[in-house]
Design a protein around this ligand. Structure first.
Ligand code: SF4
Length: 353
């Protein structure tokens, strides 16, 4: 990365230190064309994204597909290199000479993906898949397989029944349980769940969500929970971060954001959510149309082409995240909104109670 934070060594570790501090994360994908295969355009997938994840909490990330939430997760895991920005894991800058290596960070930060089948090697049994990473990190064969069997039991799969099975012999829900066990095999402290329940049936989804809640308590985990499903994010998260076209538009405690969403995009997103609950009715306009092309996003506020409140200033400069003018400011868990106009932040007829 081109930029890293200067850290005071006294700040490293400790309960007050955030588990994850992300500053100015940016990733543009070049589009090449022409005879010389030159860069003819760039997709601005993640643009200046900053946030904290506190120890022991679940931070939910929501937004329409293409908003940059999964790219953010992959940048954190260094499955792709960011163009700029810094990631600090429990006080240690990742990839910095005075911090921790990417390999050490990956031991402490694991990820569960949406596609349970392609996440597993079809030629490995479930026990082999779970034991693989511990063995690569030097654990003996017996200890690694004992750990795999113990983890299978922890995720609700009888090791006698499932340890020797192959991925194609399991259901989607069972495979995702194995993927969760695999993510826990190196005893991580933070787990990124990227649409981890999106492909499951509703009844199985509820079981896996409850399992994730139990495992979080049992192993003292911190979660980064990425989903397009607003109900699931509300159920799982302590705080939520809303992304639109590669940028963060609103963040804060989940109860506060779901009751009093301020950003016009968040309100439109919630208004698009089907509900049978009369207490959650809203007179806000739901989202219409598709997000603009990320190759050529609107200037200034990227939501302006779909925002009913847009004014000239919205096209001129990008709004920074700031506390709403009439909100209480909580230093540990601030409610922040990226919108120029206070009037646009005052919801009309919203009853997310
Ligand atoms: Fe709408 Fe302007 Fe606020 Fe963007 S900055 S959300 S365009 S009012």
């Amino acid at each position: 990365m081109s930029e890293t934070l200067e850290l005071d060594p006294r700040d490293r570790g400790g309960p007050a230190q955030p588990m994850l501090r992300v500053e100015g994360l940016k990733k543009y994908f070049p589009i090449r064309g022409g005879l010389l295969n030159r860069t003819v355009a760039t997709v601005q997938a993640v643009d200046d994204v900053s946030f904290l994840v506190h120890k022991g909490e679940t931070l939910g990330i929501v937004g329409e597909s293409g908003c940059g939430k999964s790219t953010t997760a992959r940048l954190l895991m260094r499955l792709m290199e960011p163009d700029s920005g810094s990631v600090v894991f429990d006080g240690d800058a990742v990839g910095d000479l005075r911090g921790i290596t990417v390999n050490e960070m990956r031991r402490q930060m694991q990820m569960v993906f949406q596609d349970s089948y392609s996440s597993l090697n079809p030629r490995m049994t479930m026990a082999e898949s779970i034991a693989y990473a511990p063995r690569m990190h030097g654990l003996g064969r017996k200890e690694a397989y004992d750990r795999a069997e113990s983890l299978l039991a922890q995720v609700g799969l009888n090791p006698r029944q499932y340890a020797r099975r192959y991925p194609h012999e399991l259901s989607g829900g069972q495979r995702q349980r194995v993927n969760i066990a695999r993510a826990l095999a190196l005893e991580p402290r933070l787990v990124i769940l990227d649409e981890a329940v999106a492909a499951l049936d509703k009844s199985v989804e509820a079981q896996v969500l409850n399992l994730l809640g139990d495992l979080k308590e049992k192993f003292n985990l911190t979660y980064l929970f990425i989903s397009h499903d607003l109900n699931v994010v509300e159920y799982m998260s302590d705080r939520v971060m809303v992304m639109y076209l590669g940028r963060v538009v609103e963040t804060g405690p989940v109860a506060e954001i779901y009751r009093h969403p301020r950003h016009p995009y968040t309100r439109a997103l919630f208004a698009s959510k089907p509900t049978l609950d009369p207490d959650r009715r809203t007179t806000e306009m739901p989202l219409t149309g598709d997000p603009p092309n990320p190759i050529n996003p609107p200037s200034g506020c990227r939501f302006r082409t779909r925002c009913a409140f847009a004014e000239a200033v919205c096209a001129e400069k990008a709004p920074a995240l700031a506390a709403p003018l009439d909100g209480d400011y909580d230093e540990m868990s601030p409610h922040l909104v990226a919108c120029h106009l206070p009037a646009a932040q005052r919801a009309m007829g919203v009853h997310h109670v």
